[in-house]
Every structure is written in C-alpha cells, then in structure tokens.
Design a protein. Structure first.
Length: 264
C-alpha cells in the first residue's frame, strides 16, 4: 500500500511555516523533544501518514487496547508564527520506504509554502554526558549559523558519523525543493535502554530561545533526575522503582534502540 494521508482539520493560510520533525532514534531524543513541544504548545493534529511500510506491529495503549503505529503532523501558531510539528511511534522500515516517505513530506511542505525545516536527533556516546552538547548541520550555512547564538556547535565534520533515517534524508531531499534545512543533534548515552531526556532538554532549550516557544521545562528537569536515578538502579541490578512509570510513556511505543555509533 502506498503512503496514505488522512486529514483531520483544514489549516488556515500559513505564512512561512517552520517544520520541526522528531521521530524515534538514538536515545529517542528527537521524539521526546517533539512530544514535549506538542504537549506544551497544545498543537492541533492536522494529518496522519499511514502505510504498510511501517513496522508490522501494534502497540498496547493506556486503555490496554492495541493500536497501529502512527506518524502525525500538527500545527500551532505561536507569537504570530506558524509551526508544523511531526511526531510518531516509528520510522519507515526500509531504505526505499524511508525515501518515499521523505519525498512525500517534502511535497506536502511545498504545498504549505514551507521554507524552513528542522530535524531533531541524538548522537550516541559511550558514556552519559553530564552536560550534552547540541550540534547543528544542514543544507544552508546561513540557516545553521542562526543557531550559533544559542550554543549550537557547527564543527561536526570528523566528529560524528552519518545521519540515518528520516532525520537525515529530509535534510538532503529538501535542497532541490529550495527548503532551508537544519538538524539539531544532542549528545546522549548510546545504551539500548537509556532515555535521552538530557539531550532532549538541550534541544528544547535551543528551540525555546530561538523561536520563543514559551516552553516550561521545570517538569522535564524533574523527570531527568528521576530517569537518571532509575537508570543507575537498573545498572546496579536493583529492582525498578516507581520512577520507571514516569518514563514508560516514552519507551512503551518505541522498543529498544539499537546500540550504534551513528546518528538518528
């Protein structure tokens, strides 16, 4: 089945919207960041993307019922500026389906007259970073330079490997469409069960300062402390505590992230 778009609401006329993507990847940094943005901004669901090119699985939701994996786009106007956000449970399963999906996204963004695209992801390290750095790359020097005042580092060459999946392909495929793109990549621990709250927070800080999203990050700070304590317990082989419930909503639908050294 080819990719199918299901529309939930009609968008108003958008003016130079900024598109921000966050799908599961290393530490699920991008997904955590975008889900917090959706919650904080109360963005409205616009459409969903459905296909049999998504993983052949279902998830058990909070009502103890099953649901198919989904990828969705949301809209919100913040301080007079239009934003489109993309979140999801999964990524396409094959290289070909990933290309097809990303080309469809680019075509959709062209229809919305979008000229700025941002992808979010993590950089897997061999140990937990105390203060994760955020790196920025993209298809436009002028666009990536805009993130420097917010402590994003541009010196990626020779430091990190390839950016895989949707977060990388959108950057490359946006160039022919004349959409300026950038990727914000935060350092995180490359352990299969580690949840990259710290890296997600640094990405949110950058986006919050640049775009004045008015995000309240105090609650996330509490979750970071709890998640780190829980991870230490798990490493020590102690029984999981109540803290696990706080992070479960971010891991139930994503499964384990493969332990790799590249970015996604």
């Amino acid at each position: 089945m080819p990719w199918k778009l299901r529309y939930y609401s009609k968008l108003p006329k958008l003016k130079n919207p900024v598109f921000i993507e966050g799908l599961p990847g290393i530490g699920n940094v991008g997904k955590i960041a975008i889900d917090i943005i959706l919650e904080e901004t109360k963005a409205k669901k616009v459409l969903s993307f459905q296909s049999d090119q998504l993983p052949n699985t279902v998830f058990v939701n909070e009502q103890n019922l099953v649901e198919l994996p989904k990828i969705e786009m949301y809209h919100q106007k913040i301080k007079g500026h239009d934003f489109l956000f993309m979140s999801g449970d999964v990524q396409p399963t094959t290289e070909q389906s990933s290309y097809e999906f990303c080309r469809m996204i680019i075509k959709t963004l062209e229809g919305y007259k979008c000229n700025r695209l941002i992808t979010l992801g993590g950089i897997g390290l061999n140990q937990i970073p105390k203060q994760p750095k955020v790196f920025c790359t993209g298809n436009s020097k002028s666009f990536t330079q805009e993130f420097v005042p917010y402590k994003a580092h541009l010196n990626l060459y020779g430091v990190v490997g390839p950016i895989v999946g949707v977060s990388g392909l959108l950057l490359g495929l946006s160039d022919p469409a004349k959409i300026q793109s950038a990727s914000l990549l935060a350092e995180t621990f490359g352990h299969p069960i580690y949840i990259g709250f710290k890296g997600a927070r640094e990405i949110l800080r950058v986006l919050n300062e640049k775009y004045k999203l008015n995000l309240g990050l105090q609650k996330l700070d509490q979750e970071i402390k709890g998640a780190d304590e829980e991870f230490e317990r798990m490493q020590a082989g102690l029984p999981p505590q109540e803290t696990a419930k706080k992070v479960s909503k971010y891991v139930q639908k994503m499964g384990k992230v493969k332990e790799t050294s590249y970015i996604g």
